[in-house]
Design a protein around this ligand. Structure first.
Ligand SMILES: O=P(O)(O)OC[C@H]1O[C@H](OP(=O)(O)OP(=O)(O)O)[C@H](O)[C@@H]1O
Ligand SMILES: Nc1nc2[nH]cnc2c(=O)[nH]1
Length: 113
């Protein structure tokens, strides 16, 4: 939940579209594409706890643990760990480009520097 325009997180998490039904008493699975600083996940976990979810688990396609700022949020299930490089494809964008790539690639730094 960054601003979608950069390769570094703004640090601010904003909800653009909220859930349409209550989560109280429900067992939830958050499906993420990537976990980076952990700020998005921390925000969501706190929000869903506040809304009294019965349990919350997290699955992510990619995890970049070397970038973690928030220490006590970890996915329950991880597809792949990735190094500290900016990845695109499979839904992951850079300035709304490359989302549709049918593979995950590393964006060359000269594209965004
Ligand atoms: O661990 P964090 O540092 O919080 O980063 C992870 C978040 O960043 C990405 O979202 P992004 O803001 O790029 O939005 P998008 O999924 O709509 O492209 C990704 O989908 C995660 O939600
Ligand atoms: N597209 C994309 N979004 C991210 N959000 C946090 N890390 C990344 C990344 O490597 N690529």
């Amino acid at each position: 939940m960054q601003d979608g325009e950069a390769t570094t997180s703004s640090g601010e998490v904003k909800i653009l579209k909220d859930l349409e039904s209550p989560v109280e008493g429900r067992h939830l699975l958050i499906v993420e594409d990537i976990i980076d600083t952990g700020r998005t996940l921390r925000y969501l976990m706190d929000l869903l706890k506040h809304r009294k979810a019965a349990s919350v688990k997290v699955i992510t396609l990619l995890d970049k643990p070397s970038r973690r700022v928030i220490k006590n949020v970890e996915p329950d299930y991880t597809g792949f760990e990735v190094p500290n490089e900016f990845v695109v494809g499979y839904g992951l964008d850079f300035k709304q480009h490359y989302r549709n790539l049918p593979y995950i690639g590393v964006l060359k730094p000269e594209i965004y520097e």
